[in-house]
Design a protein. Structure first.
Length: 124
């Protein structure tokens, strides 16, 4: 804190310390923009994090139960999978349902790929 010395001349010399006024913090327009931007960055980052990571969606059937997931083995095709999970049903219908549930454009699959089974073919 800075002080000012005031001297009066009388019979005796007296020194009085008077505190000087402290300057107020003054922000320029650019300073306000920078300050506001720095304050807004964590808020925007938090909102984006919540928006992008809005909760993990899980695949469920209409009753709310989790769908069964299978991993394809080497040499296994959608056709052979369809015959294994629903032996009494036309494999074309089962393959179509598997493609629909997994949002696949084609029947091309690879070993180790995980697929969700339609609810009507899941093992209870």
């Amino acid at each position: 804190m800075s002080t000012a010395v005031v001297t009066t001349i009388t019979d005796r010399q007296v020194s009085v310390l008077v505190p000087s006024a402290q300057p107020r913090l003054r922000l320029t327009k650019r300073g306000r923009v920078v300050f506001t931007s720095l304050a807004a960055v964590p808020v925007v980052a938090g909102v984006m994090l919540l928006a992008l990571n809005g909760g993990g969606a899980t695949a469920t059937n209409s009753s709310g139960a989790d769908l069964e997931q299978v991993t394809l083995k080497a040499g296994q095709s959608l056709w052979s999978l369809a015959e294994d999970i629903a032996p009494g049903v036309d494999p074309r219908d089962v393959v179509s349902d598997i493609l629909s549930v997994n949002q696949l454009d084609s029947g091309s699959v690879q070993a180790g790929q995980r697929l969700m089974l339609p609810a009507e073919y899941s093992a209870e």
